[in-house]
Design a protein around this ligand. Sequence first.
Ligand code: F2R
Ligand code: MG
Ligand code: MG
Length: 349
Amino acid sequence: GGPASLSRFRGSLVAAVLGDCVGGEFEGAEEVPMESVLQHLSSLDDESKGNGILEYSDDTAMARCVVQSLLTRAGFDERDMARRFAKEYSASPGRGYGSGVIQVLKKLSSPQLSDVYQPARDQFNGRGSFGNGGAMRAAPFALAFPDLADVKRFARLGAMLTHSCSLGYNGAVLQALAVHLSLQGALDLPQQFISRLITEMEEVEGNEATRNDARILKEAEKPFCERLHRVQDLMDRSKVSIEEVISELGNGIAALHSVPTAIFCVLHCLQPRECLPEKYGGLERTITYSLALGGDTDTIACMAGAIAGAHYGIEAIPQTWIKCCEGAEDADMNAERLHMLYHQSSPGG
Ligand code: F2R
Ligand code: MG
Ligand code: MG
């Protein structure tokens, strides 16, 4: 489909759920042989399986809250979103949440709470979380708001409900930007795509809060920009090993060690790769490659899935995968509603 077509919305939201569901199998594993990934994925083609056997985790649980809040309020409402996060956690606490964010979710359920951003600010002795929990649920912001400034602003505010460290919320902004650009067809020109992300993040990271957090955590002055330059360098190499990707970009639970990695997975898999089955299309390659990196596989595959799905569209996703993943069909229906909201807000829409 063309820019911002329904197929791209459906592809993005559904592939994010798939990445989470199929990635759960390997989350936390240090080494994941490609053979094991391919075996896991081919088991999804087994006709006797299906009907949501692979459960979604916190990544999808929180993204669903973001989607429901954006749709119900027809825009961003921090109190409504916070209430949904807290309610979802209390209904299903066993979805594999980060050990720190649980404290925030419990505090958000208090009816006495006046400032919904305060529990996140109190995390980690006032430094805030730099985990990827804000980024893993950022894609819906790109699917709700056509305007780039809105995408950046609301992805940041939505993440700050749980992640007040700039290395957490700026990861969410980067993820939302990547989905926004992919939705416009920007991945047709990969070099321009990455350059555009760097330009945008130069502006996003050009402030005192980012400089302070980066100094305390001993990172580069603009941590995400620096990582995106590394992505650019890896793109220029004729061969890149999985070990090099992990050592240059990371595969961990911090937003800095996973959002640029997810972006690289998408870019690297735009073309066929020797290590991946020839019969696979780009979307399948992206999810497979994300899992083979090991580490935070559900989240990296979820974020890469959201970006890749916005590029390839729903037609690129195998039906057998959709049938196996809890929440994938719901995501498909919600994508249609987000598509309507997005186009209602478009100039002249
Ligand atoms: N939590 C997991 N996986 C671990 C095991 C789950 C397992 N399946 C099970 O059920 O036992 N996955 C999910 O968590 C990640 C998102 O985490 P989020 O929402 O960012 O949480 P949190 O707690 O804020 O941060 C995660 C960890 O990062 C470290 N950290 C963050 N900020 C820090 C700071 N300022 N100083 C020091 N450490 C900091 C802490 O270790 C946090 O616990 C996703 O992978 C999702 O899938
Ligand atoms: Mg998870
Ligand atoms: Mg994870």
